[in-house]
Design a binder for this molecule. Sequence first.
Ligand code: ZN
Length: 112
Amino acid sequence: MKILLTTSVIVEASSDEDGGSPRMEEISDQLLSVVKKAFSNSLDVQAVEVVSYHWLTSDDVNSGRCNVCNAWVTDRNQADALNGLREAILVNGNLVCDQCQEETKGSGKAPG
Ligand SMILES: [Zn+2]
């Protein structure tokens, strides 16, 4: 059996910067290098040397901020949910991440 694990970094970028800028390429190379190095001695862990870019502030990307903790999240009930972002659901029209949903469970108060 094989399991793909995905993690992410969020980069502050200027409006004129794209995925091909020298700074983005440097950050991308650094990310790949760190992951590869971390598992270089693990025979059963293989680094996949791929970096994908998603413009979180784009209207056509499934991303937003958790209404409670302000973390970047993706609406997991939509078909285009992003791997690598914390998952959220809509609660009273606001995105609330899984972690904040857990924390508000049992407290009796609704998130948001
Ligand atoms: Zn949250």
